[in-house]
Design a protein around this ligand. Structure first.
Ligand code: DAT
Length: 171
């Protein structure tokens, strides 16, 4: 493997897509948005009436990605992380955003009240961080603040440095 695989996870709206795309471009990695992948391949196994959204077929998502992940150099973006094989990722970043800022971002997406509340609660209870901590070795799971453009720049720089070091160490 010439490049590492990176998981970007966290509550919807924390900035995974924005960071993931920039990082992919800057470091010449592939970017995979699991939500988009599922939509394109219709990788669903039903419909959630309460949340009014399709249910991800996790096994088919994993099958779909397996070959690419084995080659390395993939950034995966998803608001969940417990169904990916642990062996896929060399590092896991959980982006975190303060409630008031996250609320505004999700409101401007036009989320309804229930969806807004559920996502804000998800962030308050650090649901995704705990999911990541339970699913991967503690020493590869890192939380990153994602409130401001300055945070975004710092995260980009830090992850870029980490990737460069990984490439030196592994090639
Ligand atoms: P996600 O992919 O986690 O759902 P996103 O990348 O679509 O989130 O970002 C949601 C919105 O917030 C989008 O309008 C860009 C903005 N944003 C993301 N990261 C940010 C940051 N660090 N500072 C300010 N705004 C940010």
């Amino acid at each position: 493997m010439k490049s590492p695989n990176i998981l970007l996870t966290g509550t919807p709206g924390v900035g995974k897509t924005t960071l993931g795309k920039e990082l992919a471009e800057k470091c010449d990695l592939a970017y995979v948005n699991v939500g988009d992948l599922a939509k394109e391949g219709n990788l669903y196994e039903g419909f959630d009436e309460e949340y009014n959204c399709p249910i991800l077929d996790e096994d088919r998502v994993v099958d779909e990605l397996e070959d690419r992940m084995c080659e390395g150099g993939v950034i995966v973006d998803y608001h969940g992380c417990d169904f990916f094989p642990e062996r896929w990722f060399h590092i896991v970043f959980v982006l975190r955003t303060d409630n008031s800022i996250l609320y505004e971002r999700l409101e401007s997406r036009g989320y309804n009240k229930k969806k807004l509340q559920d996502n804000i609660q998800c962030e308050i209870f650090q649901t995704i961080y705990e999911e990541a901590a339970e699913s991967y070795q503690q020493d590869i799971v890192h939380q990153l603040p994602s409130n401001t453009p300055e945070d975004m720049e710092r995260n980009l720089d830090q992850i870029t440095q980490w990737i460069q070091q990984w490439r030196i160490d592994h090639n």
